[in-house]
Write a new protein. Sequence first.
Length: 254
Amino acid sequence: MMKKMIGILVCMLLIATALPTTSIMAVETEKETPVDVTFIIGLFPKVTAENITYLSLIPFGMKTIAKGGFDGRIGIILIFGTIKPQAPIASYTYEPSEDKLRVIENPIFLNSTSIDPDGVIVEQWWQFEEDGEWVEVVNPVYIYNESGYHQVTLRVTDNDGLTDEYTKRIRVYNRYPWFQVIPDYEESTLTITGAGFVGNSQDYGWDDFANIGEGSCTLPSTGHPDIGDVFTDCLGEIIIQYVPNGVIACEWQF
């Protein structure tokens, strides 16, 4: 019985080596993508990494059978089906990030966080304005000279020739927030006589500001900064900083 099973396995292996591995064209989302049609015989252990299940198809490499990566039948020793390359996933972050201020003539640092589930990314192309020129660079630094919304798109290509794009609209402002104040040295106070904000003053609260100078000054603790607001008990070097972005709004010395 054992000899008979060994004989069957040997025959199947001989058949497997005689079967060709061909290449056909499969149509996916109106684009032609090369797909290998493969006949494989052998024992192939499953491997799970980062919640994705793979078959270790040695010497064919690690091929995913999850998320549409493998389409076919998986038996004990026989695998028949198509192993499809997976497209890359484009994404990026930027700094100053969404919760901070980006101002004209100041650099914005863009960082690709793109991945390719079954290979490597070989090209990264950036477009910094809608319908603008494409530039091939890994992690660019860009400066805008005009305020407003700017559409930034990243296009990546993997080693299988598949591509993906990721687009965000990045808002750039004209200036940082600032205060114009008049000091009263006898009363040890500063009174706001003018203010400049990015957007509406209602977007800012007093808890967004702090005195970081080598002195002391009591800022209003509630409400929105406005003309007529008074800083009291001022002594020494007063530096009012917009805390979320680390920007100086005004400086005074008592």
